[in-house]
Write a protein that binds this ligand. Structure first.
Ligand code: SF4
Length: 84
């Protein structure tokens, strides 16, 4: 929801085959707070302090890659020792 709500495209989210990729670019952020408002799990928060000074607009961009877990009850794949 945060990436969908962010009109400046500061937050991006991709659901790939085996991972989720999430990024945040403060250089594009307008600090409107909509991403915080829509986050029902409170995973995002805003702080009053300013980010450090930077000259490269992408210098502060953050990337997170999380493994995608198989859905509950997924059938194990043959030949991998029963791991789904
Ligand atoms: S605070 Fe920044 S990241 Fe969040 S919705 Fe607004 S522009 Fe996007």
């Amino acid at each position: 929801m945060c990436a969908f709500t962010c009109t400046s495209r500061s937050i991006t989210f991709k659901a790939l085959k085996t991972t989720y990729e999430w990024s945040y670019d403060p250089g594009r952020c307008t600090f409107c707070g909509r991403c915080v408002d829509v986050c029902k799990s409170h995973a995002i928060a805003q702080q009053a302090k300013r980010p450090p000074l930077y000259s490269d607009p992408a210098a502060l961009k953050l990337f997170y890659t999380l493994p995608r877990k198989p859905p509950p009850g997924a059938a194990p794949k043959p030949g991998n020792g029963g791991t789904p």
